[in-house]
Ligand binder design. Structure first.
Ligand code: GLY
Length: 375
């Protein structure tokens, strides 16, 4: 049971003996040791962070572990998506063993989505699985990737194709760490927040229309409300469908299109994950409207809100001169559909009314993409 009421900073993700708390508040990092101590006993902690985050927050976390009497070491990996690789995983696990771990040891992921995914996967496979804690420092990691146990690295065949479901023992989201994010990173995380309103919470979408810009600008109360509500929404879905056999797929709203755009831009600076999801959510609503599943006004309302916070909404916002609909369709795996595969699309009957569809026709997707590329 989760509770995102305004004064409750502690959510609970109910997964039987793998249940855990999600703490969300301002300044939690300085007191992290106090939250971690009951989970680690006399085990050793190994903090995994990256070259951007460590100079900002590693010292505070280390001090709080010292204050709680927790023995610790740390490993710093290069910042950036390239660290989600086999090579970095091997070097990280070597460093973890050099730090002198045993089965009672605990990894602590201190950073954004890359660190959470990499450290989580290392903890899933090291000694056949040791515990780990998520301390997400980016908005995207706080509202999405740190919760729910998806861990992994990238393959030369695509993003996140190597991984494991491995739940953390605790998530600590310190809102103060949002203060050092670049505006573009804030907006990218915000796209994932909007997703929760679109899936099944029109009241939250209404609230975001009124408070989203303040949240991005640093309003702490708005951030607290949105992070709590997003984590509560995610925790509810994951508690019901941990391994994505059903409802969890709703969390991929905008991602089938978004991943194709990321693949086409090479996962680089040209388009961040959150920006790709922003355009992808518009495409999902546009396709829904074209198929008369969703009112045109809802697709327009979504586009207007995303534009009001400076998120991209259309392929016209990108340099797509050399792009083709067929290449995007291939990135989605839709070209293989006739060979037995099924592409899952998250469609909508309106804002707050998303649903899972497995029977979208390739021709409808091609027409939408051609119009978007030529529009
Ligand atoms: N980011 C989607 C999920 O965790 O299922």
């Amino acid at each position: 049971m989760t509770d995102a009421s305004s004064n409750n900073i502690l959510l609970h993700l109910d997964l039987g003996d793998r249940s855990y708390d999600i703490a969300v508040d301002d300044g939690l990092l300085g007191d992290a040791g106090h939250h971690i101590a009951p989970l680690i006993g006399d085990g050793r902690a190994v903090i995994v962070s990256d070259s951007n985050v460590a100079p900002l927050y590693l010292g505070t976390l280390e001090n709080s572990l010292d204050a709680a009497g927790i023995d610790h070491a740390s490993v710093i990996v290069p910042a950036g998506e390239a660290s989600k690789s086999f090579a970095q995983l091997e070097s990280l696990t070597d460093e973890i063993f050099k730090a002198g771990i045993d089965r009672k040891s605990m990894l602590i992921a201190l950073g954004g989505g890359v660190i959470g995914d990499l450290c989580g996967f290392a903890s899933a496979i090291t000694m056949r699985g040791i515990d780990f804690i998520q301390i997400p420092t980016s908005l995207l990691a706080q509202v999405d990737s740190s919760v729910g146990g998806k861990t992994g690295i990238n393959s030369s065949f695509g993003k996140n194709l190597i991984g494991a479901f491995h739940q953390p023992r605790l998530v600590i989201a310190d809102l103060a760490s949002l203060d050092t994010l670049a505006p573009r990173e804030m907006r990218g995380g915000y796209a994932e927040i909007i997703k929760y309103g679109l899936i099944n919470d029109v009241e939250f979408f209404d609230w975001l229309e009124n408070n989203g810009q303040a949240l991005i600008n640093g309003d702490r109360d708005a951030q607290r409300h949105a992070v709590l509500r997003s984590c509560a929404a995610k925790a509810d879905v994951v508690a019901e469908d941990e391994k994505e056999n059903g409802r969890r797929a709703l969390l991929n709203l905008g991602h089938t299109f978004g991943h194709a755009l990321e693949a086409e831009t090479g996962y680089g600076d040209a388009l961040t994950h959150g920006e790709a999801v922003s355009i992808g959510m518009c495409m999902a609503f546009d396709l829904s409207a074209r198929l008369n599943l969703c009112p045109e006004e809802d697709a327009a309302r979504l586009r207007a809100h995303l534009q009001s916070v400076d998120l991209p909404t259309d392929l016209g916002d990108l340099d797509t001169a050399s792009w083709t609909a067929d290449a995007l369709i291939a990135h989605m795996g839709m070209d293989k559909k006739t060979e037995g595969g099924t592409v899952v699309f998250i469609m909508a009957r309106g804002i707050g009314k998303a649903f899972i569809s497995r029977d979208i026709a390739i021709g409808d997707v091609r027409t939408l993409l051609n119009d978007a590329l030529n529009g």
